[in-house]
Design a protein around this ligand. Structure first.
Ligand code: ZN
Length: 167
């Protein structure tokens, strides 16, 4: 059951946000022709760590910042329909998928929720390697324009610094 006080809290915050809102005329096309794929981790924003503003980039976030079928769906649309030409893949230190296994994740999910799906949750043991793999997968796709480029970083949640992996 949703908490009504949570709804009220969001609506109050949104009233303040809308009162100061000045971004209503931004073009739909990302100004820096940029798409960013990164983890859903709550300790950073993609825009913050790259110095990217509203209107500059598409940001796709999921567990780990991994390339999945749905990420390909979004990035291919982003490039073909909204002209993005640069993709940045960012995985990070201390990720919830680091050194996990599908079996371990499924057991934990079943414990909490009663059952677990037979999904590949895309855990990894080496964060630089997972960036290389996802960059390689995107570079290998035939569905991006010829001038599309993909670069990769690892973000350190303790220092705020990026390490270049592919680029
Ligand atoms: Zn993460």
């Amino acid at each position: 059951v949703p908490d009504p006080s949570l709804t009220e809290q969001f609506l109050a915050a949104n009233r303040a946000y809308a009162d100061g809102f000045t971004s209503g005329l931004l073009p739909v096309r990302p100004g820096r022709r940029l798409a960013i794929l990164t983890c859903m981790d709550s300790r950073y924003t993609a825009q913050g760590i790259l110095g990217v503003d509203l209107g500059d980039a598409h940001v796709i976030r999921n567990a780990g910042g991994r390339v999945t079928e749905d990420v390909l769906r979004s990035l291919i649309l982003s490039a073909a329909l909204l002209d993005t030409r640069h993709c940045v893949v960012i995985h990070h230190t201390d990720c919830g998928l680091f050194e996990k296994t599908n079996d371990g994740l499924r057991a934990r999910i079943a414990e909490v929720a009663g059952s677990a799906p037979a999904l590949d949750f895309l855990p990894f043991d080496d964060v630089a390697q997972s960036v290389r793999e996802d960059v390689a997968t995107l570079r290998a796709s035939e569905h991006f324009p010829p001038d599309y480029d993909v670069i990769g970083f690892v973000y350190d949640v303790r220092t705020g610094r990026l390490e270049q992996i592919e680029g």
